[in-house]
Structures are given as structure tokens and as C-alpha cells.
Design a binder for this molecule. Structure first.
Ligand code: SF4
Ligand code: SF4
Length: 101
């Protein structure tokens, strides 16, 4: 767990966009208590990379060569909804964690 957090903290340092969520909570594992989770409609995604650029904790990766083209590290996603808000296709839904699984 400790090593995983340290690894993620190093990754976050390379992020271009920092905000309070990233600087204070970036390395916190939020996978078990986040309230909302981003769910991508891959069929509508145009792989523009906007979500990747705007995520304050740098947990989004867009893969142009894959059908499931947007990968989100849900162990560290904060559920802030910035990706969903910025997506030009509005193909990211913020879903109540209690309604999944
Ligand atoms: S911002 Fe939206 S359309 Fe662009 S890559 Fe992300 S999910 Fe796809
Ligand atoms: S909700 Fe989106 S922008 Fe916010 S931390 Fe998760 S992936 Fe990043």
C-alpha cells in the first residue's frame, strides 16, 4: 500500500494541472470511499484527451488504439467530476458508487 502510494505520488508530480484536490489528496487511495465514479461511454468517445489533460490527479489515460479507450485508475480517482464536466462529448457519467457492483 505504502509503495503504491509513493509510486502514484511520483506520477502526480509530472502532472501539469495541480489544484487542491491533487496537492492535498492526490496520493490518497480513495477507491473504497469515493461517492461518485466516472463511467465512460466508449461508443461516444472521440479520444480527444481532454479528460486526461484536466484530471487534477492524473489518473486518466486515453488509448487511441483500444476499444475501451479511456482508462481511469479508480484506486486514486477522487470522483470530482472535472473529467465529465470538461468532456466535449459529454460521454462521461458520474455514477453513484452505491449503484454499482
Ligand atoms: S474528454 Fe470525453 S471524448 Fe475526450 S477522450 Fe475523454 S471521454 Fe473521450
Ligand atoms: S472524477 Fe475524473 S477528473 Fe476527477 S479524479 Fe476522477 S478521473 Fe480525475
Amino acid at each position: 500500500m505504502q509503495k503504491q502510494q509513493e509510486k502514484h505520488t511520483e506520477k502526480s508530480k509530472s502532472c501539469k494541472v495541480f489544484g487542491p484536490v491533487a496537492t492535498v489528496f492526490g496520493s490518497s487511495n480513495t477507491g473504497s470511499w469515493r461517492l461518485l465514479r466516472p463511467v465512460v461511454n466508449f461508443g461516444e468517445c472521440i479520444k480527444c484527451g481532454t479528460c486526461e489533460r484536466y484530471c487534477p490527479v492524473n489518473v486518466v489515460e486515453v488509448h487511441e488504439d483500444k476499444d475501451e479507450c479511456v482508462a481511469i485508475d479508480l484506486d486514486y480517482c477522487k470522483g470530482c467530476g472535472i473529467c465529465a464536466n470538461e468532456c466535449p462529448r459529454k460521454c462521461i457519467a458520474m455514477v453513484d458508487e452505491r449503484s454499482v457492483e
